[in-house]
Write a protein that binds this ligand. Structure first.
Ligand code: AMP
Length: 492
């Protein structure tokens, strides 16, 4: 499908899409929307940034538009489960945006805020309920919600649910839903536990797969700075000062670490705010709103809190700490490549993080250029081995640069006006496979990757998205068992 008009969506929906300046469906939308409209179950392999929210929200809204019926008390017709408060809020916003010309009853059920309002929202029934599993279970227990009228269940970011220890809650929720329903299941990866869960929940699903992790990484100019742990605070200050950076998201591994980084930046006269699970919902929303509207230029976040942050203006991601789960690296840097844009990701790697760096390079199947700023580089581990990836490397020829057979860019949505986040310029050609000199990666100049078209025909061809998706899944190892406790608390 090349236009939203081809789907035959109800007029109020196409009107809202035109207003939102959506012209061309993304690959996941082209593949999934007709299938969902036909009433089939879906197993979608896609991550955020691919336009997957609209891929499920639009056909669901069409169903509601075509079949208005009185709502039953405390009962939602559509239930969307998502792992985090932020992502849930964004999904609800999408439903409200695309459904703005339909009179819809919608609500959010998430932890961290009083339950009373949510009980009231549910009282007269809902068209769409978006929920995190923990709070929904609480409401089920207190008889605040009934799930026997659910017609469509969406499970978003299933692999993240697993990571956060929600699988038991999900099974519990699913057991209370009518057997006769449509189920739309989305996950960025497919470890065994997730495949089992999908098999349990889905009925003869159609499989749609787009944007392997590797191709997300390809659109972003990445670099690593090897650094002594003690020098990280100064390096961050220097990095932030070195260039007029746009909106910058800095990742730390812990909540405590995020607060410490903010204090150190503030001390150096750089304003920054933190977002993590110990902040109240109000604080998180205020900080996120400030970051979205550009008042906050530097946001320091932990993985869980950053999950689902969809801010199109992020020009830089800085990994102050490298994540110990390689997939998190890709999710983090993907924050700077929203809506088809490219971005810059700089990672600080200390002695103890070398193994993480190797894991990341293995996952993304490309070496990341390294600059060594350690005071005693000969001590300790050697830098990550810079293998040449079998698909040609980020400077090499023949990689698909995230393009699928239809030539669309890695499945990422592209707005009509082709806007680019501020702080970024069009990329010039890239010379060879050199290592950048210090701070070289800050320059918005020739040393960036060329757009695929400029890299020759091989770069613009690429494999079909489905094939790329399958190849990606086969190479992945099952995710480690969930980490439980802390993550759970953060999300609720
Ligand atoms: P998602 O993967 O659902 O988080 O979407 C990522 C971003 O792309 C969001 O900001 C959406 O508003 C935007 N988006 C989704 N679909 C399209 C489309 N077809 N055209 C333009 N932007 C889109």
């Amino acid at each position: 499908m090349t236009s939203f008009n081809d789907f035959g969506l109800a007029e109020p929906i196409t009107r809202a899409l035109t207003e939102a300046k959506y012209v061309t469906p993304t690959p996941i939308q082209s593949d999934a929307i007709p299938v969902v409209l036909a009433g089939r179950d879906i197993m979608g392999i896609a991550q955020t940034g691919t336009g997957k929210t609209a891929a499920f929200a639009l056909p669901i809204l069409n169903r509601l538009a075509a079949n208005r019926k009185p709502l039953e008390k405390k009962s939602p017709r559509i239930l969307v489960l998502s792992p985090t408060r932020e992502l849930s809020g964004q999904i609800l916003d999408s439903f409200r945006t695309y459904g703005r010309y339909m009179r819809l009853q919608t609500a959010l059920v998430i932890g961290g805020v009083p339950m009373g309002r949510q009980v009231r929202d549910l009282m007269n029934g809902l068209d769409v309920l978006v929920a995190t599993p923990g709070r929904l279970i609480d409401l089920m227990r207190s008889n605040g919600v009934r799930l026997n009228q659910v017609e469509v269940l969406v499970l978003d970011e299933a692999d993240r649910m697993l990571d956060m220890g929600f699988i038991h809650d999900i099974r519990n929720i699913v057991s209370k839903l009518p057997k006769e329903r449509q189920t739309l299941f989305f996950s960025a990866t497919m470890p065994r536990e997730i495949a089992d869960l999908a098999a349990h929940m889905l009925n003869d699903p159609v499989r749609v797969a787009v944007t392997p992790v590797a191709s997300t990484a390809e659109r972003i100019a990445q670099s690593v700075i090897l650094v002594d742990r003690a020098a990280k605070p100064t390096l961050l200050i220097e990095t932030l000062r070195a260039e007029a950076m746009g909106q910058t998201l800095v990742f730390t591994r812990t909540k405590h670490g995020a607060d410490k980084v903010v204090r150190s930046l503030n001390h150096a006269g750089i304003s920054a705010e933190a977002i993590h699970g110990n902040k109240s919902q109000n604080q998180r929303e205020r900080v996120l709103a400030g970051f979205r509207n550009g008042k906050i230029r530097t946001l320091v976040a932990t993985d869980i809190a950053a999950r689902g942050i969809d801010v199109t203006g992020i020009s830089h991601v800085i990994n102050y700490d490298l994540p110990n789960v390689p997939e998190s690296y890709v999710h983090r840097i993907g924050r700077t490549a929203r809506a088809g844009a490219e971005g810059i990701a700089i990672s600080f790697c200390d002695h103890e993080e070398m193994a993480y760096l190797r894991g990341i390079e293995k996952l993304i199947r490309m070496p990341i250029p390294v600059t060594d700023q350690r005071t005693a580089p000969h001590i300790g581990a050697t830098p990550a081995k810079h293998h040449r990836p079998n698909n040609g490397g980020r400077n090499g020829n023949g990689r698909n640069n995230g393009r699928n057979a239809s030539g669309r860019n890695g499945g990422q949505p592209q707005r009509q006006n082709g806007e680019r986040p501020h702080g970024q310029q069009a990329r010039g050609g890239e010379p060879g496979n050199q290592q950048p000199r210090r701070n070289e990666h800050h320059r918005n100049d020739q040393n960036r990757r060329a757009p695929a078209a400029a890299q020759g025909p091989a770069a613009a061809q690429g494999a079909p998205a489905e094939i790329a998706g399958v190849a990606f899944m086969q190479q992945r190892e099952p995710r480690r068992p969930h980490r439980g406790g802390d993550a759970n608390r953060n999300a609720r």
